[in-house]
Design a protein around this ligand. Structure first.
Ligand code: GFB
Length: 318
């Protein structure tokens, strides 16, 4: 991949987008194009077409999305399906019209059926029903996968859909109403520790299992796919092992130094029982994740402390 390629990172301020920019800069890519939401509203089709008509873009990394944890998905289904569909349709079509050579679309492991065989292979897509708590989001992301495949087939584009498992890392969302499990537990364990509370409340039964990929590993996988001209439509990106939510809470408590009791709030949903990705396709091409959960957790907590450590005593903090 030409180090002078013009690379548009859509969603550069988010956890995935900022990790992509960090990695590209570290690897010597200097022509990185970014736009804030105020500068370019990806929900506005005319604005997106005008952007691609005025900017020379060689590669698009489509990390912009409406994302959130199990509660956000359950309470904002229309926003999740509308915004994600609009963003991907606008950007993928405008990229094709502008003759963009490569595009990477980012989905999520929730696109796969709730009850499929584990670990989940890419071929299991659309083989049975989705998890109800995030079906609107999953449908939108499945549409993104199909958009890439359809444009590749009809127009000869080389658009790739990467499906990461649950992500965590620097610049994550720590709002307890909309965040994913790992940042939520980091914040809750930190606040319980600094407030001297005796218990850490974990949602659900603690029995669901989740796989966690550090966002810097996703950025590394993305550059690997681009530099190795990988043209496959759909690729899982994960670490190949999972653990229960109870185990995650215990690991977080150790990393933060909280030694109180872990209690489970079973009035909250468990969501998908398990969604461990089969990572062998990308492994056969030569890429594997390298950031372990212990190391990743400690680094993420350090990032949390830099950003919020002094003022998480109020809900307004994040
Ligand atoms: O990460 P999470 O919100 O989403 O929840 P999913 C994962 C599991 O952690 C669920 C439990 O079983 C939650 O009940 N959990 C325990 C918590 N404590 C907490 C907490 O304080 N906050 C949160 N958020 N969860 C998401 C999809 O599913 O996976 C997204 O909704 C996306 O669309 C993402 O696909 C990757 O892992 O269940």
């Amino acid at each position: 991949m030409d180090k002078n390629a013009n690379i548009f990172v859509a969603g550069h301020r988010g956890m995935v987008g900022s990790a992509l920019v960090r990695r590209l800069r570290a690897d010597g890519y200097t022509n990185i194009i970014t736009r804030t939401r105020a500068e370019l509203d990806l929900l506005d089709q005319a604005a997106v077409r005008s952007f691609f008509a005025s900017e020379r873009v060689d590669i698009v990394l489509l990390a912009s999305a409406k994302v959130g944890g199990i509660l956000a998905n359950a309470t904002q289904p229309a926003d999740f399906i509308h915004q994600n569909l609009a963003i991907e349709v606008n950007v993928i079509h405008a990229a094709y019209e502008a003759g963009v050579a490569r595009l990477v679309f980012f989905g999520s492991s929730c696109i796969y059926p709730r009850a499929c065989t584990q670990p989940i292979e890419e071929s299991y897509l659309l083989t049975s029903a989705l998890e109800a708590t995030n079906e609107p989001y999953a449908i939108a992301k499945i549409a993104g996968v199909k958009l890439c495949e359809a444009y590749n087939r009809q127009y000869g584009t080389r658009f790739v859909a990467l499906m990461p498992t649950n992500l965590y890392g620097p610049n994550d969302n720590y709002d307890l109403g909309s965040s994913h499990v790992l940042p939520a537990l980091i914040r809750k364990a930190h606040e319980a520790k600094v407030r001297g509370e005796s218990s850490l409340v974990v949602w659900g039964t603690g029995t669901p299992r989740r796989e966690f990929l550090h966002v810097d590993d996703l950025a590394a996988a993305t550059v690997f796919v681009l530099e190795n001209e990988v043209a496959d439509g759909l690729l899982n990106v994960g670490v190949g092992e999972d653990l229960s939510i109870r185990e995650v809470a215990e690991r977080v408590a150790v990393a933060i130094g909280f030694d109180g009791q872990i209690v489970f709030d079973t009035t909250k949903p468990d969501g998908t029982p398990r969604k461990l990705l089969d990572v062998s396709r990308l492994a056969r091409m030569g890429w594997r994740a390298s950031i372990g959960l212990r190391e990743g957790l400690e680094a993420t907590y350090r990032d949390f402390m830099v950003r919020y450590g002094s003022d998480t005593h109020s809900e307004a903090a994040v």
